[in-house]
Ligand binder design. Structure first.
Ligand code: BDP
Length: 701
């Protein structure tokens, strides 16, 4: 029996196809290094020196042992210096690396070759351990190291839009991983893996509940549940935060008002904060969605965002922060929705408390496949301004479309606000460099759920991963990050890595093309946002319709945001706004975001707008064909189960890309009334048939 198992094991190890995997292990698989490459790693990982037993150092050591055991074999426990190849974890003051940075260096300790992973605080050591394991996982040399790294952004947070009944708003990966019902009595062991995964990419905070919050989260029972999670996450350097419902003083405190200037309201919040800090001494603070999409807020009482945020900030005090979202567009404002966040917040620059962060979505509308950067970046130098990205793919095909979001995040972060001259990038606003700000935030709306693969698809794990890496360093290269991820998640074989990373890097542009090319936006079906709905009109409010954004008519297409239209371009620094408003300067990727143009407008290619539009939809679809072909060739490098899942999803994506193209061409063609460019096929269904498609059970609402 033993022999058989051994033979079988050898056969499997020898063949290129690995064991079935379901994606649960994420990028922390720690599979054995190939025999040919192993020796230098094994030589460096002979033993782990004893470590002090703080909770964080304990998990750091355990992770190191787990990783090394998987990658190169179980290390011995050894006193530092007793032999070559010892890894030593050290907490000692490290210059210039802050509280969370680390240094990894190869050195001689008592004449023995030693790798020292050192940091001023134990959390830095944990980050260093993950980095060291990543070096082995991605087959970087480790013989002679001198690496120092520290995060450029202070609060690197996931925002879970998870409800207390375990549904997830805009979640496409199953239920909420937070099992509120069984907490605090039972903490699912998965919570530890969640914390490990986040710590491995430097995430240090998590908001446990939906921004469309229930006051119940702030009741004693739920505070106790949150405290159990906080206890579990603490060794991994992760602090918990809660979304606060503005009307909690009325709902829970039996007050008649939630007016921020009413002393009883302030007293309620102070008592509530004290109660939470008693249970969770390192509670991070509150996230607030106020006066947005029907949520209550200070404006209900004639007060401002500043009144609200500052009152709450005083309740929290120096113990934590208040993160106040700038995603607002009120019912009373008939103006271009893209302008409302700026209009409401810009006048308050300099008035928020030091522990308030204004959290701004990457673009001015709502997590579209492509948006120009939000005009608030660069416009509020006297305030803490945080970035909010969406990791879950609400508007990007849910979990069944392969879309690597790295390039989308990178595009925003590298955009130049010109606020203080050339080079004033969004990244430099977010990491505080531009305005010398210390309290900095990057938040990502999580794509995590109870699915075995966590994110709903194997490739959506890359979006969680790249978010964390960019929060650590907003100027990092998302191609390099994709490369690390692909190696750790699947295979180091260059015949796998190169084509798969190339495919990932182009996937977002492809999705822009088959959904909303040339600056179109918000053309998704109503409410669930699954599939095309460019015809969506009527209903509660104009800016919840597609026709509002595309403004298609016999005369042409696009939203005029130049001075002849809504003048949203005036919200940017003069040079940036002038460029967006100028047809000779604006990038065609943003064309219809800023301009309303005739169907015969000439694109740079020489095509008319209509022809170019149709062609771009087609290019998006063709790209998915290419991804299918690439992936089909990857069977030698990927275990059968994950390979099959990705294959299925690509097939779904291919069908839906075609659907997007056909439905959009049918709809816009009904205005352009122009023939399709040569070689382009007519949509197979009538417009009425596309419009009739309904999806009452689409997930995420
Ligand atoms: C939109 C979502 C909605 C969220 C809202 C928000 O459609 O479900 O509640 O943003 O960010 O993207 O508050």
């Amino acid at each position: 029996m033993r022999l058989l198992a051994l033979v079988l094991g050898l056969v499997l190890a020898g063949s290129a196809t690995a064991h079935a995997e379901d994606g649960y292990d994420l990028w922390l698989r720690y599979k054995p290094v190939e025999a040919a490459a192993k020796a230098p790693y094994a030589a460096r990982a002979a033993a782990i020196a004893p470590v002090a037993s703080t909770p964080t150092l304990k998990v750091a050591r355990a992770e190191l042992e787990r990783g090394l055991t998987g990658l190169v074999g179980k290390p011995a426990s050894a006193a530092a210096g007793s032999r070559d190849g010892v890894i030593q974890l050290t907490v000692s003051p490290e210059q210039g690396l802050g509280d969370e940075g680390y240094r990894i260096r190869t050195t001689a300790v008592n004449g023995r070759k030693t790798t020292v992973i050192a940091a001023s605080k134990d959390i830095g050591v944990l980050y260093g351990v993950f980095r060291y394991l990543e070096l082995i996982q991605t087959r970087q040399p480790v013989e002679s190291l001198d690496i120092a790294s520290s995060p450029k952004v202070k609060l690197r947070m996931l925002n879970h839009w998870d409800n207390l009944n375990r549904t997830v708003e805009r979640g496409y990966a199953g239920q909420s991983i937070f099992d509120w019902w069984r907490l605090p009595g039972h903490v699912d062991p998965r919570m530890v893996d969640y914390a490990r995964a986040n710590a491995s990419i430097g995430v240090n905070g998590t908001v446990l509940n939906n921004v469309n919050a229930k006051a119940d989260s702030l009741t004693p029972a739920y505070i106790a549940k949150a405290a159990a999670l906080a206890d579990t996450f603490r060794p991994y350097g992760i602090r918990v935060y809660l979304s606060a419902r503005w009307s909690a003083p009325v709902e829970l405190g039996a007050l008649k008002t939630a007016d921020p200037l009413d002393p009883a309201v302030a007293a309620f919040w102070k008592a509530k904060a004290n109660e939470i800090y008693k249970a969770i001494p390192d509670f991070g603070g509150f996230l607030v969605k106020a006066n947005s999409e029907g949520q209550p807020g200070p404006q209900d009482y004639g007060r401002t965002h500043v009144d609200g945020a500052n009152m709450l900030a005083d309740a929290v005090g120096s113990r934590g922060v208040v993160i106040w979202r700038a995603f607002v567009y009120s019912h009373e404002q008939p103006d271009d929705r893209a302008k409302q966040g700026y209009n409401e917040f810009k006048p308050f620059d300099g008035q928020f408390r030091d522990n308030v962060v204004v959290q701004v979505k990457n673009g001015a509308i709502d997590f579209q496949p492509r948006e120009p950067f939000h005009p608030l970046f660069g416009a509020m130098p006297k305030s803490n301004l945080g970035m909010e990205f969406q990791i879950t793919k609400e508007y990007l095909g849910f979990s069944t479309h392969l879309v690597y979001l790295g390039p989308m995040y990178e595009e925003t972060l590298r955009s130049d606000t010109m606020a203080k001259g050339k080079g004033s990038t969004v990244a430099k606003v977010v990491d505080g460099q531009l305005d010398g700000r210390k309290l900095t935030v990057m938040a990502g709306v999580a794509n995590i759920g109870t699915d075995r693969n966590w994110s709903g698809s194997q490739f959506d794990q890359a979006n969680w991963y790249v978010f964390g890496r960019l929060a650590w360093d907003p100027e990092a290269s998302t191609r390099e990050i994709a490369t690390d991820w692909a190696k750790m998640t699947f295979s180091n074989d260059p015949k796998f890595v190169k084509p798969v990373v190339d495919m990932m890097m182009g996937s977002r542009e492809a999705t822009v093309n088959y959904m909303t090319p040339l600056g179109l936006h918000h053309q998704m079906a109503r409410s669930h946002h699954y599939g095309p709905g460019p015809w969506v009109a009527g209903g509660e409010r104009a800016d919840w319709t597609s026709v509002y954004y595309a403004k298609a008519g016999p005369d042409g297409l696009g939203f005029d945001r130049t001075p002849t239209g809504s003048n949203a371009t005036a919200q940017y620094a003069p040079a940036v706004g002038a460029c967006f408003a100028d047809l000779k300067c604006v990038d065609e990727k943003d064309l219809l975001w800023f301009h309303h143009l005739s169907w015969d407008y000439r694109l740079k290619s020489g095509d008319t707008l209509w022809d170019g539009l149709v062609k771009r939809y087609g290019q998006g679809v063709t790209y998915v064909d290419g991804m299918q072909t690439t992936w089909a060739g990857m069977t030698p490098y990927v275990d059968a189960q994950r390979h099959a899942e990705v294959t299925d999803y690509l097939k779904i994506q291919r069908g839906e890309a075609q659907w997007w193209r056909d439905a959009s061409v049918a709809w816009f063609g009904s205005f352009s009334k122009r023939p399709l460019p040569a070689g382009e096929k007519a949509p197979p269904k009538t417009l009425e048939e596309y419009k009739a498609m309904k999806f009452p059970y689409a997930p995420g609402i």
